[in-house]
Design a protein around this ligand. Sequence first.
Ligand SMILES: [Zn+2]
Length: 580
Amino acid sequence: MQPPFRTLSLMIWRRFPLLLLACLSTFPIAASAQTAPAPPALVAEKDMPADPRFSADRVKADVAFLADDLLEGRDTGSIGYEIAARYVAQRFASLGLTPLGDRKDGKSDWLQRVTFQKTERLDVPSGIAVTGPAGSASFAHAVDSFVGVSANEPRLDVSAPLVFVGYGFKNDRLGIDDYKGLDVKGKIVVMLRGFPEGLPSEPAAYLVNSKYKFAQAHGAIGVIQIDTDQSAKMRPWERRISSAFQPSFSWVGPDGRAFDETPNIRVGASVSDKAAQAMFAGAARSLAQVRKEAGRKGARPTGFALKTSARIFGESKSSRVTSPNVVAMIPGSDPALAGEYVILSGHLDHIGVSPAKPDDAPGKDRINNGALDNAAGVATLMEVAHVMANEQNKPRRSVIFLASTAEEKGLLGADYYARHPTVPIEKIVGNVDLDMPVLTYSFVDVTAYGADHSTLGALTAQAVAPMKVTVAPDPIPEETVFVRSDHYMFVQQGVPAVFLATGFGNGGEAAYRRYDGDNYHQVGDDMNQPIDWRAGARFAEANYRITRAMADGDTPPLWLKGDFFGDLFAPKAKKAEPGK
Ligand SMILES: [Zn+2]
């Protein structure tokens, strides 16, 4: 899964600016022991009903291989990842699946090879110079500014007047237009980070994800984000610049260019409080006034032209690496429906090896094995494939299994597949995504992210009911999980999707917090965790049931009428009445 407050460079920023806002500190572990009701008695894994076809040993064996130190954390472009990809491909082959990757000489391969551009910052002066009524001042990169690298412009040097645009949102349906009356053509827009309190979190996540698109649509050439009091509290500036020298990735299209959804936005940056103050020198309203207004629930400060201009500069170099998606299929058994596809996805990559630090003890473990994130998701996916491949009555629709690459670099492998699918995208009727299942306890409920937007809500609840598993509402809406994993790339192409997480019941909340705090994206996410492999087998069963229900239904999954995401990404698709 993508971290909630990643501060990579420009490309990641463009796609996930919201993630910079959310904060783990929103989950205080301490609860009052006196007032909290006693937790219900824990249900043991052995007491949960389970289909014996799903094997805990197989799930464990697959995770053990994928999370082995030998694979060095399966980083995109690494040999360790390539080994993992071959392993998954051969497991698919051993099950008799159909390869559905790249086509060559009339034959399909297991792998869909993706080229990535890796852009790294050069060690030369970089930053932002601000000029205005108070004179000129410079704010260096990684000190008082964070200047994103540009995949397509290695020598970045952009100068333009600054215009403040509030949160930088535009959405007719919500009646929001932060650009109203402002001329930002050829200018750099300055905007508040995050979104106003009170906006529903999923539409808000979409708006935050789209800030660069709105800026481009209005003719701006650069974006600078400044903190609200709230966002500064959630993620202090010092922490934000800790990732100021990480490389950025983008996939390379068939045209040979690094993909950039907003090519006219030449530069993206973020600034410290000091630099933000300088940009508001002599402005119609002070930065303090704007921030005070933004602190009020639901308030969206209106924009105005600033009296300052900025020069943003920096240099980078790019190299290319390749890394494959692994794609296989079980053909549908119903001739009328076999031309439609349900896609079960899970990311195979992880974050590799942490760089050595000078004060490291000798022999310190630096390998991020990613046992739960997401060897466990891929093992679950392979277990679903195993059971489906071995059963007599096959699913009516075809089922695609996608082990994706570069999720940790910004959901790039799944985005590439969703934009370059090996079957027609309009024939992909639904997606089930697997990412980072917390399997360290006996789960009795699940959260079905994204399901409420389509008929997948009712379908999921029905599918897992025989397992005595219930569907619980999202316990962490502020984390906007819906936009943080691979399924969202399919949603953007109009495909209804669901992403299951094990729930907070029966000790799940404590298990999640422990994982999130101690092991998520750390070396401790390895086989030493107390993983309950029977829970892994049961999690595979839950996803199998959902996938089969989608593949076997008379009608494919449908967006609900009037749903924000359905209307946005699949405006012409047939819709279902809510409540059905
Ligand atoms: Zn992750």
